[in-house]
Design a protein around this ligand. Structure first.
Ligand code: 5GP
Ligand code: ZN
Length: 113
């Protein structure tokens, strides 16, 4: 298996866990871009949002709801936060296992580069 995030799910590569359930896993980004920078991934490998279909709607909804739950637990909901889903080369995706970035703890600039 040569997918980095699948290897993290298998425990082959260490990661700092933040949340785990039967459908998804969240861990700290190795190169944080904000005081809080968490990656949330589905346990089932999906390359990117490009490959997602209507059959993945429940899973995608679960990921979004879980990101909000983690943000609440970390008390990011008061000041706000950003959820990012980089998709494909032009979207800046470097790891080809669908993942949500949860960024918070500082005021984030917009638009992105
Ligand atoms: P992308 O650029 O694909 O949207 O995001 C990939 C993210 O994965 C980047 O923010 C990068 O810092 C993070 N990342 C890359 N390799 C590792 C790793 O081995 N462990 C962890 N925890 N994060 C990683
Ligand atoms: Zn994978």
């Amino acid at each position: 298996m040569n997918c980095l995030f699948c290897r993290i799910l298998q425990g082959e590569i260490p990661a700092k866990p933040v949340f785990s359930d039967e459908l998804c896993f969240a861990f700290a980004d190795i190169q944080p871009q904000a005081p809080t920078h968490i990656l949330l991934i589905p346990r089932r490998h999906i390359d990117s949002l490009v490959q997602a279909t209507a059959e993945d709607a429940d899973l995608l909804g679960h990921l979004l709801a879980t990101a909000a739950q983690i943000a609440r637990q970390l008390q990011l909901d008061h000041g706000g936060y950003r959820v990012v889903l980089n998709t494909g080369d032009d979207g800046g995706q470097t790891v080809h296992h669908l993942h949500l970035h949860l960024l918070g703890g500082r005021s984030l600039a917009w638009p992105p580069g």
